[in-house]
Design a protein around this ligand. Structure first.
Ligand SMILES: Nc1ncnc2c1ncn2[C@@H]1O[C@H](COP(=O)(O)OP(=O)(O)OP(=O)(O)O)[C@@H](O)[C@H]1O
Length: 364
């Protein structure tokens, strides 16, 4: 549905997008995650036609749109600061597009009635924008963006101005509406949780290019590089050196007396300075060394405990290494007390390996 080939865009000689390419399938929800200023909005503005790329092509349904003006592209957009017309009611705000195109008033009314029902705004059709909550105005913006039945909807952090609980509800609603309308979504955000919960596929934009494209679970569980791993959630990082290769992965020494087996796809030659990564919630804690196979076990002292309702986070000072964080589901950690000797357990397959960053090679 969307194909972008070799897109480049600079501002004042500073490259923002560099030879950027991406394909998004029909009806797919694709989320682009990136930190502030990485070029997310610039990309959407190029696709929508507000910005002219320096190089590259944009195709929608196989048709090149580079030379089409904004209003001729089959695209709807919702931006972070959507502007509803303050002196128009909800109904009239949604009707703006079809009225400009000269559609019959009865047809417009039928379309808006259906949209108001889907967006749960029927009771607010005569309300004014200043009478709406943040979530309601965002739903009006959505109805307004999709009334022309665009093939593609571009969403630029549309939920970021809302508070956390509302954001979560609206995310679920957005997914339902996207399925109901059958529209292809390209959603950009700097919020990793939002990205993962919305996406069929996602990617991270950094330095004007994509780091890894895939399903959220794939990026989270099998990050292609350390930047993706760190961007998508908490990680423990233990510096070490590759000692030997084993059938199930690389054996890494962290300290003369501590070895771990890392089972990710990334393997490095013996002697390479590496970082072992594992996520706090993929680790477990035990008060005695367990016997299950396929696990790394590291001994330490439980230093700190914080209860979060659904889970508890522990800080464990390793006997032969730094402190690590372990997150355990509530109810399965009975009996663990600060000061105790414990064993941190991480499955070999959840123990990932990345080459140490330049400049930190002597960390271990
Ligand atoms: N019209 C412009 N003129 C000059 N520089 C610009 C222009 N638009 C964007 N930039 C610069 O390009 C870079 C990328 O901006 P962009 O708005 O695309 O980032 P973003 O990832 O959407 O950030 P945020 O998450 O903060 O909205 C920034 O450094 C920004 O200052």
């Amino acid at each position: 549905m969307i194909r972008i080939e070799g897109l480049s865009k600079s501002f004042g000689g500073k490259p923002v997008l560099r030879d950027f390419s991406l394909e998004i399938g029909e009806g797919e929800r694709f989320v682009l995650l990136g930190r502030s200023g990485c070029g997310k909005t610039t990309l959407l503005r190029c696709i929508a036609g507000f910005e002219r790329p320096d190089a590259g092509s944009i195709f929608i349904e196989g048709r090149a749109v580079n030379s089409l003006p904004v209003e001729r592209r089959p695209i709807g957009f919702i931006f972070q600061r959507h502007a509803l017309f303050p002196h128009k009611t909800v109904y009239d705000n949604i009707a703006v597009g079809p009225r400009i195109r000269g559609e019959a008033e009865q047809d417009i009314q039928d379309k808006i009635d259906a949209l108001l029902a889907i967006t749960r705004l029927t009771g607010l059709r005569h309300a004014w924008p200043n009478q709406l909550s943040g979530g309601e105005s965002q739903r009006v913006a959505l109805a307004r963006a999709v009334i022309n039945r665009p093939k593609v909807l571009l969403l630029d952090e549309p939920l970021s101005a809302l508070d956390a609980s509302l954001r979560q509800n609206l995310r679920d609603e957005l997914v339902e509406m996207q399925k109901a309308f059958g529209i292809t979504f390209l959603f950009v955000t700097h919020d990793q949780e939002e990205a993962m919960s919305l996406a069929d596929r996602m990617s991270i934009l950094e330095d004007g290019q994509l780091l890894q494209v895939g399903a959220p679970e794939q990026l989270y569980d099998r990050p292609a590089d350390r930047f993706v791993a760190e961007f998508l959630g908490g990680v423990n990082r233990l510096p070490g050196v590759v000692k030997s290769e084993a059938a199930s992965g690389c054996r890494v020494t962290l300290d003369d007396s501590l070895q771990l087996l890392a089972g990710g796809e990334l393997r490095f030659p013996v002697g390479t300075p590496v970082d072992v990564f594992f996520r706090p919630e993929r680790a477990g804690l035990a008060d005695e060394p367990g016997t299950r196979t396929g696990m790394n076990r590291v001994e330490g002292v439980l230093e700190h405990k914080a209860f979060y309702g659904s889970h508890t986070r522990y800080r464990v000072r390793l006997l032969h290494g730094p402190a690590v964080t372990v997150q355990v589901r509530h109810g399965i950690d009975a009996g663990l007390r600060v000061g105790m000797r414990v064993w941190v357990e991480v499955a070999i397959e959840d123990t990932l390996l990345y080459q140490r960053e330049k400049g930190n090679e002597n960390d271990a």
